[in-house]
Design a protein around this ligand. Sequence first.
Ligand SMILES: NC(=O)c1ccc[n+]([C@@H]2O[C@H](COP(=O)([O-])OP(=O)(O)OC[C@H]3O[C@@H](n4cnc5c(N)ncnc54)[C@H](OP(=O)(O)O)[C@@H]3O)[C@@H](O)[C@H]2O)c1
Length: 360
Amino acid sequence: MKKFNVGIVGATGMVGQRFMSILENHPWFDVKVLAASARSAGKTYTEAVGSKWAMTTPIPASMANMIIMDADADIEKIGELVDFVFCAVNLDKDATKALEERYAKAEIPVVSNNSANRHTPDVPMVVPEINADHIKIIDAQRKRLGTKRGFIAVKSNCSLQSYVPALYPLDKDYGVEDVLVCTYQAISGAGKTFDTWPEMVDNVIPYIGGEEEKSEKEPLKLWGKIEGDVIVDAEKPHFTAQCLRVPASDGHMAAVFVRFANKPSKEQILDAWKNYAGRAQELELPSAPKQFLHYFEEDNYPQTKLHRNLENGMAISCGRLREDTQYDYKFVCLSHNTLRGAAGGAVLLAELLCAEGYMD
Ligand SMILES: NC(=O)c1ccc[n+]([C@@H]2O[C@H](COP(=O)([O-])OP(=O)(O)OC[C@H]3O[C@@H](n4cnc5c(N)ncnc54)[C@H](OP(=O)(O)O)[C@@H]3O)[C@@H](O)[C@H]2O)c1
């Protein structure tokens, strides 16, 4: 695979920092541009990020002294330096949409962590193990935008990347009908640490703005189908969600209750999880976990602190599968919210797009 030059838009943020750490030694991608708001532009990365650096590893040496570009004013210049950008900015929805479209129209593909374009019908929202085929909609999107190379592709919200991976492999044979899910979400999902959010120490907050709607609605796009020039959402499974913020630094846990059209045995579920591999594994993408879904037999596993980093934070951990009194089964699952759920998931999506020829 040839090397691709990439930019990180929103590099000073929590997800941007994760991108930098993951991409430091990436076999296919070289970081050539770091961009953020006009407040940071013109400063070295180290100067701009200051005490906001929240990773446990130091700022990558190759990027520490890069001069930050203005994500908005420097688009043309950025286009001369990169093959595509990753984008994770904290702008409102309309401003984010407009910014991402400006990149795409400047013929710079955008792989986005933002939610603004997740429901744009010709923007693929992809978990590469689940709906890799949705990237074919990019041809229709390019037609709409009037571009040859430029397009936007997004990853889904971090909360659902714990439970959708566990449910999807069961749908084909057993028909997933109804899902009730409670998520226990880490504070990095709000772009925070315990230093910047001391109120979260020894606390639980039963509300995360907009999260329950995303957790119920976004899976239907992942389950959806391309029809003509759009992706049409699936009508099933039916999801209901409650999302809680808990005092964990990283890692979203989900407690799931599920009802099937044809109830499988416990062994059939475990088999389906063990044997499931998606397009990311078929293509042996560099960031793809070897085993997508890991099942733990121990009653007190998976645990956020012990298992969130499994396979570089890209695998999903499942456990406690048992029959339920009201639904067919219940179980728990866990994923790393800023790796699989954010920057790592976007890097995996970019790898898929490169391998399938969309970044040429
Ligand atoms: N944290 C997570 O786990 C997570 C997971 C999935 C998705 N996301 C999504 O990823 C995005 C970023 O989240 P985050 O937690 O990384 O946010 P964050 O820590 O607040 O960082 C936001 C970034 O956006 C930049 N920015 C702000 N205003 C800008 C502007 N006008 N033009 C260009 N850049 C601007 C900031 O630059 P300055 O430093 O110069 O202000 C900073 O680099 C959000 O859409 C969020 O919903 C986050």
